[in-house]
Design a binder for this molecule. Sequence first.
Ligand code: ADP
Ligand code: MG
Length: 408
Amino acid sequence: MPNWFTTRTDEELATAAHRLFVETFAEDEAGAAAPEPVGVWAAPGRVNLIGEHIDYAGGASIPFALEQNTAVAVRPRTDGAIRIASEFDGSVAQACVPLSSVWPRHPADWSGYVAGTIWAAVEADLLQCDGLDIAIVSDVPVGSGLSSSAALECSIAVAAYELDHGHLPDDAARAGLVEACIRAENEVVGASTGGLDQNASLFGQRGKALFLDFATGAVERIPFDIASQDLVLLIADTNAPHTLSDGQYASRRGIIDDVQSAAGCTIRDIPDAVDFAATVAEKSSDSAELYQRRVRHVVEETERTLSAASVLCASDMDTFRQLMRDSHVSLRDLYEVTTPELDSAFNAAGEFGARMTGGGFGGAVIALIAKDDVDATAQAIEEAAAQQGFPAPTFVVARPGEGARRLH
Ligand code: ADP
Ligand code: MG
Protein backbone atom coordinates (compact mmCIF):
# COMPACT_ATOMS: atom_id res chain seq x y z
CA MET A 1 0.00 0.00 0.00
CA PRO A 2 1.40 3.43 -0.92
CA ASN A 3 2.40 5.79 1.94
CA TRP A 4 0.64 9.16 2.04
CA PHE A 5 1.59 12.43 3.76
CA THR A 6 -1.23 13.57 6.03
CA THR A 7 -3.08 16.80 5.26
CA ARG A 8 -5.32 18.51 7.83
CA THR A 9 -8.11 20.95 7.03
CA ASP A 10 -7.53 24.65 7.80
CA GLU A 11 -9.78 24.23 10.85
CA GLU A 12 -7.82 21.24 12.17
CA LEU A 13 -4.48 22.94 11.58
CA ALA A 14 -5.62 26.14 13.33
CA THR A 15 -6.90 24.12 16.28
CA ALA A 16 -3.58 22.24 16.54
CA ALA A 17 -1.58 25.50 16.48
CA HIS A 18 -3.88 27.03 19.10
CA ARG A 19 -3.54 23.95 21.32
CA LEU A 20 0.27 23.93 21.06
CA PHE A 21 0.32 27.63 21.94
CA VAL A 22 -1.78 27.15 25.06
CA GLU A 23 0.23 24.07 26.16
CA THR A 24 3.55 25.86 25.65
CA PHE A 25 2.80 29.35 26.90
CA ALA A 26 0.15 28.49 29.53
CA GLU A 27 1.93 30.53 32.18
CA ASP A 28 3.80 33.80 31.88
CA GLU A 29 7.28 34.14 33.43
CA ALA A 30 5.72 35.16 36.80
CA GLY A 31 3.59 31.98 36.90
CA ALA A 32 0.29 33.76 36.18
CA ALA A 33 -2.12 32.28 33.63
CA ALA A 34 -1.10 33.65 30.24
CA PRO A 35 -3.58 34.91 27.65
CA GLU A 36 -4.51 33.06 24.49
CA PRO A 37 -2.93 33.71 21.08
CA VAL A 38 -4.44 36.72 19.28
CA GLY A 39 -4.73 34.81 16.02
CA VAL A 40 -3.56 31.97 13.76
CA TRP A 41 -2.00 32.58 10.34
CA ALA A 42 -0.92 30.07 7.68
CA ALA A 43 1.21 29.86 4.54
CA PRO A 44 1.50 26.99 2.05
CA GLY A 45 4.32 24.96 0.57
CA ARG A 46 4.65 24.98 -3.21
CA VAL A 47 5.39 22.77 -6.18
CA ASN A 48 6.93 23.79 -9.49
CA LEU A 49 4.92 22.73 -12.56
CA ILE A 50 7.49 23.61 -15.22
CA GLY A 51 10.57 25.80 -15.75
CA GLU A 52 13.46 23.96 -14.12
CA HIS A 53 17.10 25.05 -13.91
CA ILE A 54 16.45 28.26 -15.83
CA ASP A 55 15.93 30.78 -13.01
CA TYR A 56 19.64 31.67 -13.16
CA ALA A 57 19.48 32.13 -16.94
CA GLY A 58 16.74 34.74 -17.29
CA GLY A 59 14.06 32.07 -17.68
CA ALA A 60 10.63 31.60 -16.07
CA SER A 61 8.84 29.14 -13.78
CA ILE A 62 5.22 28.17 -13.12
CA PRO A 63 4.75 27.03 -9.49
CA PHE A 64 1.55 26.90 -7.47
CA ALA A 65 0.76 27.11 -3.75
CA LEU A 66 -0.23 23.78 -2.17
CA GLU A 67 -3.17 23.09 0.13
CA GLN A 68 -0.58 21.84 2.66
CA ASN A 69 0.21 24.64 5.12
CA THR A 70 2.33 25.73 8.04
CA ALA A 71 0.21 27.44 10.71
CA VAL A 72 1.42 29.81 13.43
CA ALA A 73 -0.52 30.87 16.55
CA VAL A 74 0.91 34.18 17.71
CA ARG A 75 0.75 36.72 20.54
CA PRO A 76 2.79 39.93 20.71
CA ARG A 77 5.36 40.57 23.45
CA THR A 78 6.90 43.83 24.57
CA ASP A 79 10.43 42.77 25.58
CA GLY A 80 11.96 42.15 22.13
CA ALA A 81 12.05 38.33 22.56
CA ILE A 82 10.89 35.83 19.95
CA ARG A 83 9.81 32.68 21.84
CA ILE A 84 9.06 29.77 19.51
CA ALA A 85 7.66 26.25 19.89
CA SER A 86 7.40 24.05 16.80
CA GLU A 87 5.86 20.60 16.57
CA PHE A 88 8.26 19.16 14.07
CA ASP A 89 9.88 15.77 13.41
CA GLY A 90 7.70 14.04 16.04
CA SER A 91 8.58 16.31 18.97
CA VAL A 92 8.28 19.94 20.04
CA ALA A 93 11.38 22.06 19.44
CA GLN A 94 11.70 25.30 21.42
CA ALA A 95 13.84 28.40 21.07
CA CYS A 96 14.02 31.92 22.49
CA VAL A 97 15.77 34.51 20.35
CA PRO A 98 16.11 38.19 21.36
CA LEU A 99 15.50 40.24 18.18
CA SER A 100 18.61 42.26 19.03
CA SER A 101 20.72 39.09 18.63
CA VAL A 102 19.66 38.35 15.04
CA TRP A 103 22.28 39.09 12.40
CA PRO A 104 23.84 37.32 9.40
CA ARG A 105 24.37 33.63 10.21
CA HIS A 106 22.77 33.93 13.66
CA PRO A 107 20.72 31.98 14.58
CA ALA A 108 21.62 29.64 11.71
CA ASP A 109 19.40 26.73 12.89
CA TRP A 110 15.63 26.35 12.29
CA SER A 111 14.83 29.32 14.54
CA GLY A 112 16.70 31.55 12.07
CA TYR A 113 13.88 31.11 9.51
CA VAL A 114 11.46 32.54 12.09
CA ALA A 115 13.48 35.25 13.87
CA GLY A 116 15.33 36.08 10.62
CA THR A 117 12.09 36.85 8.79
CA ILE A 118 10.92 39.28 11.48
CA TRP A 119 14.39 40.87 11.67
CA ALA A 120 14.58 41.34 7.88
CA ALA A 121 11.01 42.75 7.69
CA VAL A 122 11.78 45.24 10.49
CA GLU A 123 15.11 46.21 8.86
CA ALA A 124 13.23 46.89 5.59
CA ASP A 125 10.70 49.10 7.46
CA LEU A 126 7.86 46.79 6.43
CA LEU A 127 6.66 46.42 10.02
CA GLN A 128 7.51 47.02 13.66
CA CYS A 129 7.78 44.25 16.21
CA ASP A 130 8.72 44.20 19.91
CA GLY A 131 8.69 40.44 20.26
CA LEU A 132 6.30 37.49 19.72
CA ASP A 133 5.28 34.18 21.26
CA ILE A 134 4.80 31.72 18.39
CA ALA A 135 3.49 28.12 18.22
CA ILE A 136 4.04 26.33 14.88
CA VAL A 137 2.43 23.22 13.38
CA SER A 138 2.85 22.10 9.77
CA ASP A 139 1.60 19.70 7.11
CA VAL A 140 4.30 20.69 4.60
CA PRO A 141 6.75 17.77 4.38
CA VAL A 142 10.20 18.95 5.51
CA GLY A 143 13.06 18.58 3.05
CA SER A 144 10.92 16.96 0.31
CA GLY A 145 11.34 19.87 -2.08
CA LEU A 146 7.88 21.28 -1.32
CA SER A 147 9.38 24.26 0.50
CA SER A 148 8.60 23.89 4.17
CA SER A 149 11.15 26.67 4.74
CA ALA A 150 9.17 29.24 2.70
CA ALA A 151 5.89 28.11 4.32
CA LEU A 152 7.47 28.81 7.71
CA GLU A 153 8.89 32.21 6.74
CA CYS A 154 5.75 33.40 4.95
CA SER A 155 3.34 32.38 7.74
CA ILE A 156 5.45 34.37 10.22
CA ALA A 157 5.71 37.29 7.79
CA VAL A 158 1.94 37.73 7.34
CA ALA A 159 1.29 37.26 11.06
CA ALA A 160 3.83 39.91 12.09
CA TYR A 161 2.56 42.23 9.32
CA GLU A 162 -1.10 42.01 10.35
CA LEU A 163 -0.29 42.39 14.06
CA ASP A 164 1.45 45.68 13.31
CA HIS A 165 -0.81 47.09 10.56
CA GLY A 166 -4.18 45.68 11.60
CA HIS A 167 -4.81 44.16 8.15
CA LEU A 168 -3.25 41.60 5.82
CA PRO A 169 -0.60 42.76 3.33
CA ASP A 170 -1.75 43.80 -0.17
CA ASP A 171 0.22 42.62 -3.21
CA ALA A 172 2.75 45.48 -2.96
CA ALA A 173 3.41 44.68 0.71
CA ARG A 174 3.61 40.96 -0.15
CA ALA A 175 6.36 41.74 -2.66
CA GLY A 176 8.29 43.42 0.17
CA LEU A 177 7.73 40.43 2.46
CA VAL A 178 9.04 38.09 -0.28
CA GLU A 179 12.35 39.98 -0.13
CA ALA A 180 12.45 39.83 3.69
CA CYS A 181 11.87 36.05 3.62
CA ILE A 182 14.59 35.57 1.00
CA ARG A 183 16.97 37.64 3.12
CA ALA A 184 16.21 35.56 6.23
CA GLU A 185 16.98 32.35 4.38
CA ASN A 186 20.07 33.62 2.51
CA GLU A 187 21.69 35.76 5.19
CA VAL A 188 20.49 34.50 8.58
CA VAL A 189 20.20 30.74 7.92
CA GLY A 190 22.79 30.79 5.14
CA ALA A 191 20.78 28.69 2.67
CA SER A 192 20.54 29.73 -0.97
CA THR A 193 17.09 30.52 -2.36
CA GLY A 194 16.11 32.59 -5.35
CA GLY A 195 12.57 33.63 -4.43
CA LEU A 196 10.43 31.14 -6.36
CA ASP A 197 9.25 29.50 -3.12
CA GLN A 198 8.44 32.73 -1.26
CA ASN A 199 6.58 34.22 -4.25
CA ALA A 200 4.46 31.09 -4.59
CA SER A 201 3.67 30.96 -0.85
CA LEU A 202 2.72 34.65 -0.58
CA PHE A 203 0.97 35.16 -3.95
CA GLY A 204 -0.77 31.77 -4.40
CA GLN A 205 -4.53 31.67 -5.02
CA ARG A 206 -7.01 28.81 -5.20
CA GLY A 207 -7.39 27.62 -8.80
CA LYS A 208 -4.37 29.64 -9.94
CA ALA A 209 -0.74 28.99 -10.76
CA LEU A 210 1.92 31.71 -10.85
CA PHE A 211 3.95 32.74 -13.84
CA LEU A 212 7.29 34.04 -12.54
CA ASP A 213 9.46 35.73 -15.14
CA PHE A 214 13.05 35.93 -13.90
CA ALA A 215 14.07 38.32 -16.70
CA THR A 216 11.62 41.02 -15.60
CA GLY A 217 10.80 40.01 -12.01
CA ALA A 218 7.09 39.94 -12.97
CA VAL A 219 4.73 37.71 -10.94
CA GLU A 220 1.42 36.96 -12.68
CA ARG A 221 -1.50 34.76 -11.57
CA ILE A 222 -2.64 32.44 -14.38
CA PRO A 223 -5.52 29.91 -14.48
CA PHE A 224 -4.84 26.40 -13.19
CA ASP A 225 -8.37 25.30 -12.42
CA ILE A 226 -7.73 21.58 -12.45
CA ALA A 227 -10.52 20.89 -9.93
CA SER A 228 -13.22 21.81 -12.48
CA GLN A 229 -11.67 19.30 -14.91
CA ASP A 230 -11.54 16.56 -12.26
CA LEU A 231 -7.75 16.58 -12.41
CA VAL A 232 -5.24 16.54 -9.57
CA LEU A 233 -1.49 16.73 -9.33
CA LEU A 234 -0.04 13.62 -7.72
CA ILE A 235 3.33 14.26 -6.06
CA ALA A 236 5.61 11.27 -5.45
CA ASP A 237 8.57 11.97 -3.18
CA THR A 238 11.09 9.28 -4.17
CA ASN A 239 12.69 9.39 -0.68
CA ALA A 240 15.98 8.67 -2.42
CA PRO A 241 18.97 10.25 -0.71
CA HIS A 242 20.30 13.35 -2.50
CA THR A 243 23.68 12.30 -3.85
CA LEU A 244 26.56 14.45 -5.07
CA SER A 245 24.13 17.28 -5.59
CA ASP A 246 26.37 20.21 -4.60
CA GLY A 247 29.18 19.50 -7.05
CA GLN A 248 26.82 18.43 -9.82
CA TYR A 249 24.70 21.52 -9.39
CA ALA A 250 27.79 23.74 -9.41
CA SER A 251 29.17 22.18 -12.59
CA ARG A 252 25.93 22.81 -14.50
CA ARG A 253 25.57 26.29 -13.14
CA GLY A 254 29.25 26.93 -13.97
CA ILE A 255 28.68 26.22 -17.67
CA ILE A 256 25.64 28.52 -17.84
CA ASP A 257 27.49 31.31 -15.95
CA ASP A 258 30.49 30.86 -18.25
CA VAL A 259 28.37 31.31 -21.39
CA GLN A 260 26.43 34.23 -19.89
CA SER A 261 29.55 36.10 -18.82
CA ALA A 262 31.12 35.63 -22.28
CA ALA A 263 27.94 37.07 -23.84
CA GLY A 264 27.39 39.80 -21.25
CA CYS A 265 23.70 38.85 -20.95
CA THR A 266 21.46 35.93 -19.91
CA ILE A 267 21.01 32.87 -22.13
CA ARG A 268 17.50 34.13 -22.93
CA ASP A 269 18.96 37.21 -24.66
CA ILE A 270 21.73 35.45 -26.62
CA PRO A 271 20.76 34.92 -30.28
CA ASP A 272 21.69 31.35 -31.32
CA ALA A 273 22.78 30.56 -27.75
CA VAL A 274 23.49 26.89 -28.53
CA ASP A 275 26.00 27.74 -31.30
CA PHE A 276 27.49 30.49 -29.17
CA ALA A 277 28.02 27.96 -26.31
CA ALA A 278 30.29 25.89 -28.57
CA THR A 279 32.59 28.87 -29.16
CA VAL A 280 32.79 29.53 -25.39
CA ALA A 281 33.59 25.86 -24.69
CA GLU A 282 36.79 26.07 -26.76
CA LYS A 283 38.35 28.05 -23.91
CA SER A 284 37.47 25.46 -21.25
CA SER A 285 38.43 21.84 -20.68
CA ASP A 286 34.84 20.65 -21.26
CA SER A 287 33.71 19.64 -24.72
CA ALA A 288 31.68 21.85 -27.03
CA GLU A 289 29.08 19.09 -27.22
CA LEU A 290 28.56 19.20 -23.43
CA TYR A 291 28.21 23.00 -23.42
CA GLN A 292 25.69 22.79 -26.26
CA ARG A 293 23.65 20.11 -24.53
CA ARG A 294 23.38 22.10 -21.28
CA VAL A 295 22.53 25.36 -23.05
CA ARG A 296 20.01 23.61 -25.30
CA HIS A 297 18.09 22.53 -22.19
CA VAL A 298 18.00 26.11 -20.92
CA VAL A 299 16.86 27.53 -24.27
CA GLU A 300 14.18 24.91 -24.85
CA GLU A 301 12.93 24.80 -21.24
CA THR A 302 12.50 28.58 -21.37
CA GLU A 303 10.49 28.25 -24.62
CA ARG A 304 8.44 25.43 -23.09
CA THR A 305 7.66 27.48 -19.98
CA LEU A 306 6.61 30.54 -21.98
CA SER A 307 4.33 28.41 -24.15
CA ALA A 308 3.04 26.56 -21.05
CA ALA A 309 1.81 29.92 -19.70
CA SER A 310 -0.27 30.52 -22.86
CA VAL A 311 -1.47 26.92 -22.96
CA LEU A 312 -2.67 27.12 -19.34
CA CYS A 313 -4.43 30.42 -20.02
CA ALA A 314 -6.35 28.52 -22.74
CA SER A 315 -6.95 25.55 -20.35
CA ASP A 316 -5.36 23.25 -22.95
CA MET A 317 -4.29 20.49 -20.58
CA ASP A 318 -3.33 17.97 -23.30
CA THR A 319 -0.67 20.28 -24.70
CA PHE A 320 0.44 21.16 -21.18
CA ARG A 321 0.90 17.46 -20.39
CA GLN A 322 3.07 17.05 -23.47
CA LEU A 323 5.24 20.00 -22.33
CA MET A 324 5.66 18.37 -18.89
CA ARG A 325 6.87 15.17 -20.52
CA ASP A 326 9.30 17.03 -22.80
CA SER A 327 10.64 18.90 -19.77
CA HIS A 328 11.48 15.66 -17.97
CA VAL A 329 13.15 14.18 -21.06
CA SER A 330 15.29 17.31 -21.41
CA LEU A 331 16.28 17.26 -17.72
CA ARG A 332 17.17 13.57 -18.14
CA ASP A 333 19.01 13.63 -21.46
CA LEU A 334 20.35 17.16 -21.87
CA TYR A 335 20.81 18.56 -18.35
CA GLU A 336 21.34 15.13 -16.75
CA VAL A 337 19.91 15.89 -13.31
CA THR A 338 17.47 12.97 -12.98
CA THR A 339 18.21 9.77 -11.03
CA PRO A 340 17.11 6.17 -11.68
CA GLU A 341 14.44 6.66 -8.96
CA LEU A 342 13.03 9.79 -10.67
CA ASP A 343 13.08 8.15 -14.11
CA SER A 344 11.34 5.06 -12.72
CA ALA A 345 8.51 7.16 -11.22
CA PHE A 346 8.24 9.17 -14.47
CA ASN A 347 7.90 5.99 -16.55
CA ALA A 348 5.46 4.34 -14.13
CA ALA A 349 3.27 7.48 -14.10
CA GLY A 350 2.91 7.07 -17.87
CA GLU A 351 5.30 9.90 -18.92
CA PHE A 352 2.57 12.02 -20.49
CA GLY A 353 1.75 14.71 -17.90
CA ALA A 354 4.61 13.64 -15.62
CA ARG A 355 8.01 15.11 -14.82
CA MET A 356 10.55 15.50 -12.08
CA THR A 357 10.21 18.74 -10.12
CA GLY A 358 12.85 20.75 -8.27
CA GLY A 359 16.61 20.65 -8.69
CA GLY A 360 16.90 16.91 -9.32
CA PHE A 361 19.51 14.41 -8.02
CA GLY A 362 16.68 13.09 -5.81
CA GLY A 363 13.36 14.66 -4.80
CA ALA A 364 9.93 14.28 -6.33
CA VAL A 365 8.03 13.48 -9.54
CA ILE A 366 4.68 15.11 -10.31
CA ALA A 367 1.88 13.71 -12.46
CA LEU A 368 -1.16 15.65 -13.70
CA ILE A 369 -3.83 12.95 -13.79
CA ALA A 370 -7.57 12.31 -13.51
CA LYS A 371 -8.79 12.30 -9.91
CA ASP A 372 -10.01 8.73 -10.34
CA ASP A 373 -6.53 7.51 -11.41
CA VAL A 374 -4.75 8.61 -8.23
CA ASP A 375 -4.67 5.25 -6.45
CA ALA A 376 -3.71 3.23 -9.52
CA THR A 377 -0.92 5.67 -10.44
CA ALA A 378 0.49 5.72 -6.90
CA GLN A 379 0.38 1.92 -6.88
CA ALA A 380 2.23 1.71 -10.22
CA ILE A 381 4.94 4.12 -9.05
CA GLU A 382 5.35 2.21 -5.79
CA GLU A 383 5.56 -1.17 -7.50
CA ALA A 384 8.14 0.07 -9.99
CA ALA A 385 10.28 1.38 -7.11
CA ALA A 386 9.97 -1.91 -5.19
CA GLN A 387 10.93 -3.99 -8.23
CA GLN A 388 14.17 -2.06 -8.62
CA GLY A 389 15.01 -2.04 -4.90
CA PHE A 390 14.43 1.72 -4.53
CA PRO A 391 13.03 3.27 -1.31
CA ALA A 392 9.21 3.31 -1.03
CA PRO A 393 7.97 6.75 -2.21
CA THR A 394 5.61 8.95 -0.18
CA PHE A 395 2.64 10.52 -1.96
CA VAL A 396 0.53 13.62 -1.65
CA VAL A 397 -2.38 14.89 -3.76
CA ALA A 398 -1.95 18.55 -4.66
CA ARG A 399 -4.39 21.20 -5.82
CA PRO A 400 -3.69 24.94 -6.09
CA GLY A 401 -4.58 26.52 -2.73
CA GLU A 402 -4.55 29.94 -1.08
CA GLY A 403 -1.38 31.90 -0.34
CA ALA A 404 -0.37 33.22 3.09
CA ARG A 405 -3.46 34.33 5.05
CA ARG A 406 -5.18 34.46 8.43
CA LEU A 407 -6.96 31.26 9.56
CA HIS A 408 -8.43 32.36 12.86
P1 ADP B 1 12.30 22.40 2.09
O1 ADP B 1 12.07 23.89 2.16
O2 ADP B 1 12.37 21.92 0.67
O3 ADP B 1 11.34 21.60 2.89
P2 ADP B 1 14.77 23.21 3.30
O4 ADP B 1 16.04 22.49 3.57
O5 ADP B 1 14.82 24.45 2.48
O6 ADP B 1 13.76 22.13 2.69
O7 ADP B 1 14.09 23.63 4.67
C1 ADP B 1 13.89 22.67 5.69
C2 ADP B 1 14.31 23.28 7.01
O8 ADP B 1 13.39 24.34 7.36
C3 ADP B 1 14.22 22.31 8.15
O9 ADP B 1 15.41 21.55 8.28
C4 ADP B 1 14.02 23.23 9.35
O10 ADP B 1 15.24 23.83 9.74
C5 ADP B 1 13.15 24.33 8.74
N1 ADP B 1 11.72 24.05 8.96
C6 ADP B 1 10.80 23.80 8.02
N2 ADP B 1 9.57 23.62 8.56
C7 ADP B 1 9.72 23.77 9.89
C8 ADP B 1 8.82 23.72 11.02
N3 ADP B 1 7.53 23.46 10.86
N4 ADP B 1 9.35 23.93 12.24
C9 ADP B 1 10.66 24.20 12.40
N5 ADP B 1 11.54 24.27 11.39
C10 ADP B 1 11.10 24.05 10.15
MG1 MG C 1 13.40 25.35 1.32
